[in-house]
Design a protein around this ligand. Structure first.
Ligand code: G3P
Length: 219
């Protein structure tokens, strides 16, 4: 399972890239607005900065809600850089836009996916990636990871090549479960990436090694 970073913060992306563990980035309008980005030009500038740092797919979401406007906006976004993947929501208008843009060669990440049926339809429409939102399903009392598992299993049964990108990952356990479910990718916030790295026994073990080595060299 590959790991993407779910952020529009260039510093976080820079730090994570240095570790050699992330191979792509996902953004959305909420993450962009968190970074003070409020215009399409600002979003474009931030994304182009990201493309300088990460050599992998960068998902950028449309903000239009009508099919025609989504297609126009999505096409425009796809021209920013060859690594751009356009995020389209799992709505009727979204499916129309996915069908049109994927036929034109644009890579689509079908976002806001909350069911196997949405994932099945998105794959037919031509999505390169589908993003089931695990945490948000958990938030409303549904088992988010079971949706990931079911999408993976149905896609496998029918030789569907759309990649399953587990999103709305809130903690390190979500990551392990996504990997076990067979997700191709998990996109994680920077905080979760940090939690995946840190372990108290590693910290304590390292402190002990350092201490023992120092006392040995003093003898
Ligand atoms: O990738 C989608 C993700 O950003 C949504 O996460 O935590 O806002 O549900 P969250």
């Amino acid at each position: 399972m590959r790991i993407f970073l779910d952020t529009a913060n260039a510093d976080e992306i820079r730090q994570a890239t240095k570790l050699g563990v992330i191979s792509g980035v996902t953004t959305n309008p909420s993450l962009a607005s968190k970074e003070g980005i409020g215009t399409l030009k600002g979003y474009r500038d931030a994304v182009l900065e990201i493309t300088d740092v990460v050599d992998g797919p960068i998902s950028v979401e449309v903000v239009s809600v009508e099919a025609e406007a989504m297609i126009e906006e999505g096409w425009g976004i796809s021209q920013w850089h060859p690594n751009i993947v356009v995020k389209m929501p799992s709505t009727r208008a979204g499916f129309e836009a996915i069908a049109q843009l994927s036929a034109d060669g644009v890579k689509i990440n079908q976002t806001l996916c909350f069911s196997v049926n949405q994932a099945l339809l998105g794959a037919q429409a031509g999505s390169a990636y589908v993003s089931p939102f695990v945490g948000r399903l958990d938030d409303v009392g549904q088992d988010g990871m079971s949706v990931v598992r079911d999408i993976v299993s149905v896609y496998r049964k029918h030789d569907i090549t759309t990649e399953v990108l587990a999103a709305s990952i809130r903690n390190p356990l979500h990551c392990i479960a996504a990997a076990n479910a067979g997700a191709h990718i998990a996109t994680v916030p920077f905080k979760v990436l940090t939690q995946m790295i840190d372990h108290p026994l590693t910290t304590a073990g390292l402190a002990r090694f350092t201490q023992d080595w120092e006392s040995a060299t003093r003898q």
